[in-house]
Each structure stands twice: as C-alpha cells, then as structure tokens.
Design a protein around this ligand. Structure first.
Ligand SMILES: [Zn+2]
Length: 109
C-alpha cells in the first residue's frame, strides 16, 4: 500500500489549523507544511508544523522506515524517543508534552 503525494508545500497559516503530528494548534502567522495525498486509497490533506515534520523525517531515517510506513509523532513515538526529541527538537517535545523543565527555560534561540 503506497500513498501517493500529490502536492507538498509550505504555507503561512492564515487561520488556525491543527498539526496532524502533535495535535497542537498551528497558529495564524506560523509556517506549516501541507501535503495533499492519497492515503490508503482516499484523498486527504495532512498539515503539520515544520519542526514536527523535520523531527518525524529524521526518525524515519534513523529507523529505516519506508515513506509509506510513516511516523505520526503523537501516535508512534516511544518513551525511549523522548530524550532524543528533547535534545534535537525541544519545541516538539514541548508540544507533545514531555519537555524537561517545562516553563523554566526557553531552549529556542
Ligand atoms: Zn506539530
């Protein structure tokens, strides 16, 4: 079963969306990636934060997953992934709710 990507583009949100990776809001003015594709035979649109996309992509590579296996951050990460995500993508860890020192430090530049 292969998903067919029809279009893949980066947008600035004009209204609020929900990230399909972390389930957190994509606020107006934030950049997000929109992918139109055929998922398991039916057309759909996938929206996500750019950091969430990068994080998921890196995880695919590290684990040798195929594109059509995919990783959904909110569903597919394991507890042992938390540390890696906290180090590499602290903002994603924050969105997913396992950031360290929640609120006490700001890791983003
Ligand atoms: Zn996200």
């Amino acid at each position: 079963m292969t998903d067919t990507v029809i279009a893949n583009s980066t947008h600035v949100a004009r209204k609020a969306h929900q990230c399909d990776h972390c389930s957190q809001p994509i606020n107006p003015g934030e950049q997000y990636e929109r992918t139109r594709a055929i998922w398991d035979g039916s057309p759909g649109t996938f929206r996500c934060h750019l950091e969430c996309r990068d994080c998921a992509r890196k995880m695919w590579k590290m684990r040798d997953y195929m594109w059509d296996e995919g990783i959904l951050l909110s569903a597919d990460i394991e507890p042992e992934d938390h540390e890696w995500i906290r180090e590499e993508y602290p903002i994603v860890a924050q969105r997913l709710g396992f950031a360290e020192g929640e609120g006490s430090e700001d890791p983003s530049p």
